[in-house]
Ligand binder design. Structure first.
Ligand code: NAD
Ligand code: AHE
Ligand code: ZN
Length: 369
């Protein structure tokens, strides 16, 4: 079939809206009509050319929601008409990783996902006879996309696509990192580095978990009012701190953070996030994706004296199991998504979403089809 997609032809260049060919679902796969997709900083990261797995031309996008319109042979877990959220972290429930119950990082299709192809090793998108690569197994910057059935979460039908698409990445990543990865306990002191589309969800997750002090750290002063709405109790702009940021944060939290989260993707702030943690027990969770080739460092003494460094992908959430529950939390008013979606635009304006992000003017932009 012919589909309308935003194609990334090369790094650092604007996306181009094209009519391209999409082959239908094969065994175990589903065809999804994408109704809405968020634009995450990770899409911008890959478009910047710094992602070691970035392949061009490709169709970016990994934060979508839509409707199953066709299924391939052998598909049993979803049917035509089901509302779904595509999962860049699938949940096969059969691989060593899923069965371990120790991680959400299902590896069933990870290798082909990283090579921009479907599990059978081929791409379903073509333009002028040339392959166009899939991205993160989802490619939601297209009005139709093909996914393995293990990579879709079935959600309730009364949930609005233009809001719950954000659960496909940002909401689940932020809230999940607090609940699943760090397991923040009531009364804790939490420090959040970066108050964008992910950090604000860490803030609201920390409030949900009953944290006491929630400190937000961002160089954009406009983030203060927004983060306060989601539960931030103290704002720190590193540009306004005299001297080193780490001792400032340790003093503010009266000994250090019980939990810190890095939601920027910068190895300097990752080190600060670890070192502002409380001696003996403070845990720091890396969420931000740093450019490939960069490395983190700290004095081992930081870990010897009890601080713990962790990472979190997709908030530690098991997609098919946890995503429908997060949709329920939104529908029940337990979490706020609407106020984080600052911009909505048609596919033709998708490059504006990247500009707004780089200018620090948006939290989340959502493209509706
Ligand atoms: P964003 O652009 O919306 O937010 C980033 C925020 O960091 C902005 O508010 C910006 O002002 C702030 N910032 C930048 N440099 C700073 C500095 N030196 N000190 C303090 N604040 C600074 O991005 P986002 O969509 O929230 O994504 C954040 C990071 O999380 C990205 O690296 C993204 O790739 C990553 N991410 C990871 C996962 C995962 O599963 N691990 C999921 C989604 C996104
Ligand atoms: N290809 C990138 C990896 C980037 C990365 O870490 N991605 C996160 C999700 S970010 C969503 O916005 C993730 O899920 N990681 C686990 C995994 O298996 O990729 C790079 O830097 O090489
Ligand atoms: Zn993302």
């Amino acid at each position: 079939m012919q589909v309308r997609a935003a194609v990334a032809f090369e790094a650092k260049k604007p996306l181009s809206i094209e009519t391209i060919h999409l082959e239908g679902p094969k065994a175990g796969e589903v065809l999804v009509e994408i109704k809405a997709t968020g634009v995450c900083h990770t899409d911008a990261y890959t478009l910047s050319g710094l992602d070691s797995e970035g392949m061009f031309p490709c169709i970016l996008g990994h934060e979508g929601a839509g409707i199953v319109v066709d299924i391939g042979p052998g598909v049993t877990s979803v049917k035509k008409g089901d509302h779904v959220i595509p999962l860049y972290t699938p949940e096969c429930r059969q691989c060593e990783y899923c069965l371990s119950q120790k991680t959400n990082l299902c590896q069933a299709i990870r290798e082909t996902q990283g090579r921009g192809v479907m599990p059978d090793g081929t791409s379903r998108f073509r333009l002028d006879g040339q392959d166009v690569w899939h991205y993160m197994g989802t490619s939601t910057f297209s009005n139709y996309t093909v996914l393995p059935e293990i990579a879709v979460a079935k959600i309730r039908e009364d949930a609005p696509f233009d809001k719950v698409c954000y659960i496909g990445c940002g909401v689940t990543t932020g809230v999940g990192a607090v609940i699943h990865t760090a397991k923040v306990t009531p009364g804790s002191n939490v420090v959040v580095f970066g108050l964008g589309g992910i950090g604000l969800n860490v803030v609201q997750g920390a409030r949900l978990a009953g944290a006491d002090m929630i400190v937000g750290v961002d160089i954009n002063p406009n983030r203060k009012a927004m983060a306060e709405k989601f539960g931030m109790t103290h704002f720190v702009n590193p540009k306004e701190v005299e001297g080193d940021l780490v001792p400032y944060l340790v003093s503010l939290t009266k000994g250090g953070a019980d939990y810190s989260f890095e939601c920027i993707g910068n190895v300097t702030t990752m080190r600060q996030a670890l070192e502002c943690c409380h001696k003996g027990w403070g845990q720091s969770v890396i969420i931000g994706v740093a450019p490939s080739g960069t490395e983190i460092s700290t004095r081992p003494f930081q870990l010897v004296t009890g601080r713990v460094w962790k990472g979190s992908a997709f908030g530690g959430a098991r997609g098919r199991t946890d995503v429908p529950k997060i949709v329920d939390w939104y529908m029940e008013g337990k979490i706020n998504i609407d106020d984080m979606i600052t911009h909505t635009m048609p596919l033709e304006k998708i490059n504006d979403a990247f500009d707004l992000m780089h200018e620090g003017k948006s939290i989340r932009s959502v493209v509706t089809f």
